[in-house]
Ligand binder design. Sequence first.
Ligand code: SF4
Ligand code: ZN
Length: 734
Amino acid sequence: MSKIIASAAIRGAHKIVARSREKWQWALEKWGPAEPVGFPNTAYYLPIIYGILGHKVETLGDMEAVLKRCEALLPPPVKETHPLPYLAPALDAGMATFFAEEILEAIRYLETPDFYTKSEDPAGDNLWLGAADDVILRKRGVEFVDGTAPGFAAVLGAAPDNETAVKIAQELQQKNLYVFMAGSDNGKHFSNQLVDAGVQIGWPTRLVPFGPDTSATVFAMGFATRAAMSFGGIEPGDYRKILIYNKDRIFAFAMPLGYVTDEWYANAAGAINYGFPIIADTPIPEVLPYGICTYEHVVSNVPHDKIVSRAVEVRGLKVTVTEVPIPLAYGPAFEGERVRGDDIYLECGGGRTAMVEWVTSKSMDEIEDGSVEVIGPDISDIEPGAKLPLAICVEVAGRKMQADYEPILERQVHHLINYAQGLMHIGQRDIAWLRVSKQAVEKGFRLNHIGIMLHAKLHQDFGRIFDKMQVKLYTAEEDVKDKVAKAKDAYAHRDARIEGMTDETTDMYYSCTLCQSFAPSHVCVISPERTGLCGSYNWMDCKAAYEISPTGPNQPVPKGATIDAKLGQWEGVNEFVKKASRGKIDHYNFYSIINDPMTACGCMECIAAILPLCNGVMTVNREHAGMTPCGMKFTTLAGTIGGGISTPGFVGHSKYNITQRKFLSAEDGIKRMVWMPTSLKEEIRERFEERAREIGIPDLLDRIADESVGSTEEEILAFLEEKGHPALSLDPLM
Ligand code: SF4
Ligand code: ZN
């Protein structure tokens, strides 16, 4: 490593560690050693310290040992005549920097609780989001699992002007990367530059304004450290594995923009530990030989119009940029962007007008591949702020096409439209909702571009299952009404097919091992009546996914002889699970929470737990941040049962699964359900009440306690007794 960089990094680390000790001393005098400290809503404490050192910092007093560790790690400042190589001491200084900065940021949460918004988006004038909580980690982390986001760019400082900032950000977004922003240069922040130029920032657009100071870099590195523990199942303290995991799986790099201070060098040295290279726009010394990082460590003086492609190259990232011939920027990073208020040029659906999306198969000779027709008024025929009804009818044909694939293709419409910058899409089927922004229209967007992008993307991703595709977009009232009626018929047909299926009526289940890239021993086996615990895959989806990609993560699992029909255990499933988990798990039960329940990776939408005092079970959805009657919050529960193990008394499941007839059927199913957060109750109410009517307790949902009744078993028991909850008269649970 260059001597200049090493000595600057070591100098910077000394300053930061000293500042951290000073701040800590001050805080200690003010609040005392027992004062609780931490980042909001996380089970990972101060995550870099926890991941690398295995040390749980819960109070101000706990920080002392970490500071001592920092001071021990700090190498002496580099002397002018020093002849030795500098890499190892500089890397240690970098690590000490991160620990010290986590302490500084944690004390900031204590000192100025409202400094950060603690949300996904900036709030009013406050841009700074601070540490991502575990809900965000999960939600965004999944994108790192399935590859929709390969990694992130940690941007420090600011671009020379707003226009350059926007260009760099947009280029990073188009490469599907997250942009984590911290620090300032010359009093300017990259985040501010984007906001001033009218760009939407926040987690949904992948442009994340962590904080105004250099120390906010630890929020990016903490995210990476938690990803390794949470998705990689790596034990806290196993620092080697955490660093290697990041080098191999998280495609991240640091991009300092502007004058590189000693403190920046110190943070850069820290990032190199993780295998994240540094790509700078200023002429700092370069570190080109390979070693820790995949290729070069520090590349400098890169012009702004080359900086993103150079970074991607140095990090060894292969990005497939989708060429979609429309006049708008296109990619997953634009999915979360919203179109609101005065920005709306056209609005369709969302209860304001009729809107429907419908994929249907036709015979080969009925379809002219690539044809897109707009039937009725287009954008050029309306005034800004207008509303139109809209039917998006996608017609496909192919030798391999089957009716079962229609919903799979149809489900893509939502994100494929959202990928276009300036378009917002919500919902599906006949409750779809579309907004087109004025900027999109200015850039030349017309309705036929919806057809063009669906044609390009569906062909690219699902070309195996169909050969030809055409799109018709209707915007006249009468036509749309007609299409809505026809589509509704088709939906009813489809629903009846999967709803009518039971686990008994098929000999074939499907596996999903998508999460093995992060939780190596985890295997989901999906039956018609038990959808994947993440809520993203049901039996039909897996079947279609297998047919589309026969060597992919969804494989057929012949269920074989029944071992126990009540618990839901089969020979074929056990064999498959044993092989796919590499011997770690040799059996599990589909329908039980008590007897060897199914394993969980960490992606579950909900976690059920038994409540012995109430003779029932509770379940909590990921969005519910509060305490639950089993004595643990969702994040703690997830930490306890995740990682590919089977934990009797607990099970991960999807929201939809609660209203499937086999849900915990070994323990009497929904009759045992005694507590659920209100948000979950409302979300599944309609289907739940249907099930409740079937079992003859139509008002069951209202006899179930929620957080307004209480969050301990004792508190809810009285309510259950008063309501005559059926669980109380069932056989004892244990
Ligand atoms: Fe992961 Fe299971 Fe969902 Fe597949 S079904 S993505 S393995 S949680
Ligand atoms: Zn998972």
